[in-house]
Design a protein around this ligand. Structure first.
Ligand SMILES: Cc1cc2nc3c(=O)[nH]c(=O)nc-3n(C[C@H](O)[C@H](O)[C@H](O)COP(=O)(O)OP(=O)(O)OC[C@H]3O[C@@H](n4cnc5c(N)ncnc54)[C@H](O)[C@@H]3O)c2cc1C
Length: 344
């Protein structure tokens, strides 16, 4: 019999189930669509921080989660024997003009302080990373906090780790009572919106592409709002569009072609790289834009973990630990800004 029943086998549900299983709970994950069937089954997997300034609780929690990611994914890999594709390879961003250069240099100190001396944000000459990213000023920002994971492999690795601890992943819930955690992504936010009769959260569509380009040892790139994320398997992902209006949440179109063209212009190494997959999904975005964690607004006694929006992969280790504390130990360390009430 399960102690904890998690609905939703995306990165939130699987990470929470794993965090509970590693503490000894009997867990069951229920998803009629399978593992990584939602937003978490995508291609990109950038674990990237906000700029190190104007610090707030969201940035602090995100920093702690990114900081915890290496140990989190290493333990998942050890427990289940599957590789989540995690690596802390850093990130490059172009510096577009003199004002941006001054700002980027000012942030070097902010990073040293706010990132606790563990990671750096430095302005470096473009020549330090030849052929990767052209920058109008000849300068790049290089941070060493950014990391990557492979979304689908990370979901599979979590599933393997959960099973290795005796947990189950099923299409339908088993009989018997259990503490419930609802991590059902965009569908869960739409359910809340319907029940409340006003916007509580929704799915925001994103399209991404995978190119055959082996940049596995290079940092990820971020330019013109585009993430270019090299994976360890000789592929490089690029993403993403942000679409509030759409007919088909899983269709790709000319907007993705435009992204691919931008990526080829920005990164010479991608110029002739063939596109091997196109993908689209719905990011779960709460009204507050922050994660939504705590007591479920519609289901008495149950919990919710939703609203990962654009940084769900990066937030997963931190959120999983917070939710395991809440569900298993009734220790509530959820910041006010992350409570469901912030979006109700
Ligand atoms: C194009 C794109 C690129 C992205 N890139 C990044 C990135 O680089 N870095 C990053 O950090 N984030 C990124 N994101 C965001 C990230 O994908 C999401 O924040 C994250 O996947 C959300 O995880 P989730 O588990 O909450 O939701 P989901 O992965 O959507 O999982 C929800 C699950 O619930 C299941 N479900 C629905 N209804 C039920 C039910 N009634 N019972 C049981 N199960 C149910 C679904 O089948 C699904 O598997 C990207 C998103 C997109 C779309």
């Amino acid at each position: 019999m399960a102690d904890i029943r998690v609905f939703g086998a995306g990165i939130f549900g699987l990470s929470i189930a794993w965090a509970c299983a590693r503490r000894g709970a009997a867990v069951e994950v229920v998803d009629p669509h399978g593992i990584g069937a939602g937003s978490s089954g995508g291609l990109v997997g950038a674990l990237a921080p906000h700029v190190p300034e104007n610090w707030n609780i969201k940035k602090q929690v995100q920093f702690e989660s990114l900081d915890a990611a290496e140990a989190f994914w290493a333990e998942v890999a050890r427990a289940g024997g599957e590789d989540p594709g995690y690596a802390r390879g850093g990130r490059l961003q172009p510096v577009t003009d003199a004002a941006a250069l001054a700002l980027a240099r000012a942030r070097e100190g902010g990073a040293a302080d706010l990132w606790q001396g563990k990671y750096s944000w430095r302005v470096v000459p473009e020549d330090d990373f030849p052929g990767l990213l052209s920058s109008p000023t000849g300068w790049l920002i290089h941070d060493t906090l950014s990391a990557r994971m492979h979304p689908r492999r990370a979901c599979a690795a979590l599933a393997a780790a959960i099973r290795a601890r005796g947990g189950r992943i099923r299409a339908e819930p088993s009989d018997g009572p259990a503490l419930e955690v609802w991590a059902t992504g965009a569908a869960g936010l739409e359910e809340l919106t319907q029940a409340r009769g006003r916007l509580v959260g929704t799915g925001v569509k994103g399209q991404a592409a995978l190119l055959r380009a082996d940049l596995r040892d290079a940092p990820q790139l971020f330019a013109e709002a585009l993430h270019i994320v090299p994976h360890a398997d000789g592929t490089t992902a690029i993403g993403s569009t942000t679409e509030r209006d759409y007919d088909d949440p899983t269709a790709t179109d000319a907007q993705l072609d435009a992204l691919v063209e931008t990526a080829r212009r920005l990164c010479p190494a991608l110029r002739d790289a063939p596109v091997i997959e196109r993908w689209a999904g719905l990011r779960p975005r709460s009204r507050s834009r922050a994660p939504m964690l705590g007591a479920h607004p519609l289901r008495p006694g149950a919990f919710i973990a939703n609203g990962g929006f654009k940084i769900g992969f990066g937030m997963a280790p931190g959120i999983a630990a917070m939710m395991a504390d809440l569900v298993l130990e009734r220790t509530d360390r959820i910041p006010e800004a992350f409570r469901p009430e912030a979006s109700l």
